[in-house]
Design a protein around this ligand. Structure first.
Ligand code: ADP
Ligand code: GLC
Length: 471
């Protein structure tokens, strides 16, 4: 099948979180299993852009309301990522340093989607499926069905995958003029709660809707930032497919970001060497269990409870643990972490920012990974941690609930708790410090979880079945 993935992120081209990882991996494994999967995304000013060879695939023009724009679609020349990669260049709109966070993001991503749909409708053939990811591509199923200029795509099936329903891309009705000539009777297919809601529109218009774990699919009907009724109504076409991880990129035996590699047989020694290197770099004690947090410092991740939870755990464990944070986001939380570095020197350290290399070193060198998330559609961090023999400490929600088994249960290897509170995090750290003393148990848990199969190879077929069901 020919599958066109449309996304705002794709690792290693541009990544802000797990969406990038998924779109950088799923198409590669789809191609390996015999499909023709392609990715189209905006052309940002990234390192990847400047370091690779490109050919021009298409030149076109379109309107965003009254604004006429030209766009160019370039293709990476060497199939470096294992699939065809196309970037949409719209001068002045997409060619910026960051992926998101600009005042004109609605204009940027609407223009991107118009360019993608115009490009696809110029083809002589039609793809078997257009697979859109998150709200930045949420208007595409609507445009394919109800815009007069794209009638060629009316019958092409579309799949919409929700990686995060907290962000929906809301736009006021004044921006409806951006959408190319459309059937005004279909206004309801764009709308939710009096505004244009690209995520809701995609749920209504796509042939099938998936999200990235089974539990999150269930949760959306009760907690989806205002869309609960929509998910209840559309549940017939919605299903959860747990994300995989890219075992080529995330392998402690070959990881290009690590200097000390290890396999399941020498996990204890291998992790200790990685931990020592980290502890030297960050002034921590390698004899104590090392707890890390890697991620966006936002409410969904319950990042704001971590500073106090860590202080509390430092006290309750009598300083028998070390902590290292890597993340950025909410400036108040960043500030709190920075304020802790000096008073807790030798026990706590934090790097505020985004650092791919350091994240790999932390998965490899840590003993425990903290994920107190309030909302976690899937979560890749806990799966990376498991592959690197790091025990995940997670709140029981979404994909965390689907992938982590508490060490108190049969075949358990992780630590789960119910509430995103200081008490639950502190208590769980206490459980971790206690089990850390039992070297045999730690080794058993590490070896067990390193061998759990979360590869994309085993997941690709689930998407194929979805595509087949809508042909
Ligand atoms: P989300 O997409 O909600 O942020 P996921 O768990 O799905 O959460 O994926 C997060 C991805 O982003 C992982 O690959 C993680 O290692 C990476 N990541 C998050 N924050 C940082 C950071 N500050 N530096 C490096 N990598 C990060
Ligand atoms: C989102 C979710 C995260 C998920 C990722 C990839 O960013 O917050 O839980 O793992 O997408 O699907």
């Amino acid at each position: 099948m020919e599958i066109i993935h449309v996304s705002a992120e794709c690792y290693p081209v541009a990544k802000a979180g797990g969406l990038g990882d998924v779109v950088g991996a799923l198409p590669k494994y789809q191609c390996q299993s015999g499909h023709i999967a392609k990715v189209v995304m905006p052309m940002y000013r990234t390192k990847f852009l400047y370091e690779n060879e490109w050919t021009v695939d298409f030149k076109g023009s379109a309107n965003l309301g009254n604004w006429f724009f030209d766009f160019t679609i370039i293709k990476e020349s060497t199939n470096k990522l294992g699939f065809d990669l196309f970037l949409v260049d719209i001068n002045g709109l997409l060619d910026r340093q960051k992926i998101y966070g600009y005042d004109d993001d609605s204009e940027r991503f609407t223009a991107f989607q118009i360019a993608v749909v115009s490009w696809m409708s110029s083809w002589e053939h039609q793809p078997d499926v257009v697979h859109c990811h998150d709200h930045h591509c949420g208007l595409i199923p609507f445009m394919m069905r109800y815009c007069y200029d794209f009638t060629r795509l009316n019958l092409v099936p579309s799949v919409f995958t929700i990686h995060n329903a907290q962000y929906q891309g809301w736009m006021g009705w004044d921006k409806s003029r951006y959408i190319p000539r459309w059937d005004l009777w279909k206004r309801g297919m764009l709308e939710w709660a009096d505004s244009i809601n690209p995520l809701a529109s995609a749920v209504k218009c796509a042939s099938k809707v998936t999200t990235v774990s089974h539990s999150y699919m269930d949760e959306l009907r009760f907690n989806s930032n205002g869309l609960e009724k929509l998910f209840e109504y559309e549940k017939g076409k919605c299903l959860g497919i747990l994300n995989g991880i890219d075992n080529d990129v995330w392998d402690p035996a070959t990881d290009k970001y690590l200097t000390e590699h290890f396999t399941v047989t020498e996990v204890t020694k291998g992790k200790q060497k990685n931990k020592e290197a980290l502890c030297i770099q960050f002034g921590l004690d390698p004899e104590k269990p090392l707890f890390v947090f890697i991620g966006r410092l936002v409410g969904e991740k319950a990042a704001e409870i971590l500073p106090d939870a860590i202080k509390s755990a430092i006290y309750s464990t009598k300083e028998q643990a070390s902590f290292l944070i890597l993340g950025s986001g909410d400036t108040a939380v960043e500030w709190q972490f920075q304020q802790m570095v000096e008073p807790y020197k030798g026990i706590f350290n934090a790097v505020i920012g985004y650092d791919e290399t350091l994240s790999h070193k932390m998965y490899a060198g840590a003993d425990f990974l903290l994920m107190p998330s309030r909302v976690e559609p899937c979560g890749l961090n806990q799966m990376y941690a498991m592959r690197y023999g790091t025990v995940p400490i997670v709140r029981s929600t979404g994909g965390l609930q689907d992938t982590v088994v508490d060490m108190g249960d049969t075949d358990g290897f992780g630590i789960r708790f119910n509430n995103a509170t200081i008490f639950d995090v502190d208590y769980s750290i206490g459980r971790a410090v206690a089990v850390y003393q039992d070297k045999d148990q730690m080794q058993k848990m590490r070896q067990y979880m390193m061998q759990i199969d979360h590869s994309w190879e085993s997941t690709v077929d689930e998407y194929t079945k979805v595509y087949e069901s809508i042909q």
